[in-house]
Write a new protein. Structure first.
Length: 390
């Protein structure tokens, strides 16, 4: 194989902005395919093609392209002349005897210089494959599908399509800061915003020296996993333990968790301003735990008036989130044992409906600005690349 063909869906709907989205998608593909030996990336008539100088790592490149946001599907195949003989030769090379039980040929022709129309190509190439392999045609549920696409005076023949994640290319929707614990939900929330085209920086709070380093390893591994899609991700590690100790000393136990959350949001918005991010993201899901009732979420947000807090999982149930975490490859990491800072000095019960006034009255005992400033001053940041290919 010497060529990849990449289709996109939402990007194609962007009207006047379409070129900006296509350019970003091509730039992201080039970054994702570094080291695979690709030669040229071109966009023509609603698809992107990537050519390789043999022996390129075309299968590896297809797997990587299938994780780039904006990509609807990817095929790996051969570039051909837009005429029956060349297409037929490629088809037989890609469909050797015994490698499938039934098949279909699907041809598409866009502004092609080819004289033959799509149906004729399907019939001719299908006949040739059937004659050589003896396999039956099955148009409704084929074991293998051979695609022929002719456009811009050239053609590509490929077998089967690998689905991509869809969405929009990272870099087309501005920047966000996502609060990421070591748990299951927040990496999925960050992933969803990445898929909407946002560049997402991750923020993890740890309880050092009151907790061990397990949540740091956890955050780092989750960031690596997300970088398989987002390519290179900035991870900020911020110490919250000292601020939590202040909360424990000065405030009632039933409000602790909420006070931690309000501190987290204040720190996150301060960091957002510094990093040029427009909003923060959390992995809250309505009613999942005590801090995620409507009242408590409103009280949490009241700590950062006028700021946008995005909660992409708000209407998603746990089972669905778990399934998504498994599909994107974060579940295994999230399931590892780790010490999260939220369990630090955790009281036996948490208020499920604390008002903003109640929490503000209690916060008078704290020097909030100093706590936020100290936490941010203790921040460690790094850019985390994807796990290198095996
Ligand atoms: P998760 O599985 O994402 O940890 P959760 O259901 O356990 O979520 P909570 O512990 O109540 O929920 O946390 C709610 C949200 O607060 C998280 O989704 C995350 O966005 C943020 N958060 C919680 N703990 C941390 C942390 N240690 N660092 C950064 N953000 C955190
Ligand atoms: Mg959690």
């Amino acid at each position: 194989m010497d060529t990849l063909i990449v289709h996109y869906d939402e990007v194609g709907l962007k009207g006047g902005n379409r070129h900006r989205f296509e350019d970003q998608l091509m730039a992201n593909l080039k970054r994702a395919l570094r080291g695979t030996g690709y030669r040229g990336v071109r966009c023509s008539v609603g698809r992107i093609t990537v050519d390789f100088k043999p022996p390129g790592l075309v299968s590896e490149a297809a797997a990587r392209a299938a994780r780039v946001f904006g990509v609807a599907n990817v095929g790996a195949g051969l570039r051909v002349e837009p005429e029956i003989i060349s297409i037929g030769d490629a088809a037989l090379e890609l469909m050797p005897v015994g490698s499938f039980t039934s098949f279909a040929v699907r041809a598409r022709r866009a502004r092609s210089s080819c004289q033959v129309d799509s149906r004729e190509i399907e019939r001719a190439v299908g006949g040739l494959i059937q004659e050589r392999t003896g396999a039956p045609v099955d148009l409704s549920n084929p074991d293998a599908t051979l695609h022929v696409e002719l456009f811009s005076g050239s053609g590509i023949v490929y077998r089967d399509r690998r689905p991509g994640p869809g969405g929009l290319p990272v870099g087309t929707s501005g920047k966000l800061v996502a609060l990421m614990s070591g748990g299951i939900d927040s990496p999925v929330a960050a992933w969803r915003m990445m898929r909407r085209g946002a560049e997402v920086e991750l923020l993890h709070f740890h309880g050092r020296p009151y907790t061990d380093a397990s949540s740091l390893t956890q955050a780092l591994d989750l960031t690596r996993a997300l970088s398989r899609y987002h390519l290179a991700t900035t991870l900020h590690l911020v110490p919250l333990g000292a601020a939590q100790a202040e909360v424990v000393t000065h405030c009632p136990p039933r409000l602790r968790l909420l006070l931690y959350r309000r501190l987290m949001l204040r720190i996150a918005t301060a960091l957002s301003d510094e990093r040029g991010a427009r909003a923060v993201v959390t992995g809250d899901s309505l009613g999942q735990v005590a801090s995620q009732t409507l009242e408590n979420l409103a009280t949490t947000d009241a700590a950062v008036p006028g700021r946008q807090v995005l909660r992409p999982l708000i209407g998603t149930g746990k089972l669905e989130i778990v399934r998504e975490a498994e599909a994107i490859g974060t579940l295994q990491i999230s399931n590892r044992r780790h010490q999260d800072c939220c369990v630090l000095f955790n009281p036996r019960s948490t208020s499920t409906h604390a008002s903003a006034e109640q929490t503000e009255a209690v916060e008078i005992a704290l020097d909030i600005n100093a706590l936020v400033g100290k936490a941010l001053a203790g921040r460690e940041s790094q850019v985390v690349e994807a796990m290198s290919p095996r």
